[in-house]
Design a protein around this ligand. Sequence first.
Ligand code: T6T
Length: 315
Amino acid sequence: AVLTAAAATSVLALTACSNGTTSSGSGYKISFIQGVAGDEFYVTMQCGIQSEAKKLGVTVNTQGPAKFDPTLQKPIVDSVSASRPNAILIAPTDTTAMRAPLQAAASAGAKVVLVDTTVDNPSFATAQVSSDNVGGGTAAFQAIKTLNPHGGKVLVMSTDPGISTTDARIAGFEKAVKADPSFTYLGVQYSHDDPATAAKLITAALAKDPDIVGVFAANTFAAEGTGTGVRQAGKQNQVKVIGFDAGPDQMALLKAGTVQALIAQDPYSIGIQGLDQAVNALKGQKVTTPIQTGFHVITAANLATDGAKYAYKSS
Ligand code: T6T
């Protein structure tokens, strides 16, 4: 499912953000390596990068692995690094596995800017730009509590352990849920960034604990699969689903009432600021790091305003 969605959206991305390359003459050669191709979060980030690249007169080439997987992302980093770019913007898919390849790219001369995710000990990185992921996880718990003031059983649907962003969201959520005795925390399930797996896991979780009142789905694909699973179980009136990210599928689930709130990030701005810092570094100008961008809670109540403003681009 991920592959099909990825293929479809990256084709659409060709039209909107002129996808691969923006060339404005003799500027720097910069690569953007997404966490996964076709994910609207990274498509929107790419749009921000491309618009800023035009302004700054630099060339940005974008590519991403077919899955959010370090074994697929590492060869891309290695080949990009071998092409000797001036800078690499990247969302690393694993905090440990992607560290050595990125450090090697930095040692080979590229300015490495980490956008969205990070790695362990990123001392080689020129700059880092990401959302307030811990804060977003805390906000997700607050949204579940508002919808379930009397508490109850809740669980988290994530992607894989070892991804800095989703791990931080889980940490923010866990701290808040454990501090509230009216809630019973059932822990985290990992769906490998695959909606079908998330749907299966939720179905099994609801069979085991039919009285679950809330699920925090920690990214796009977790939210998509959680929404599908809850709907298939006929439990959308009982289980409040709070999703991270605001791609078209999540917005549709919110409109349908299957998901009650979405924590939207600002990937367009992450892209712009990441490129700005890369170019600052290349020009020997002051680099700002780390940079934290905000999030926006979208519900049925602000769908027309914030929903329209912060929904991700699919094309
Ligand atoms: O949630 C985003 C991103 O922040 C995360 O690092 C990986 O998943 C997404 O791309 C959404 O699919």
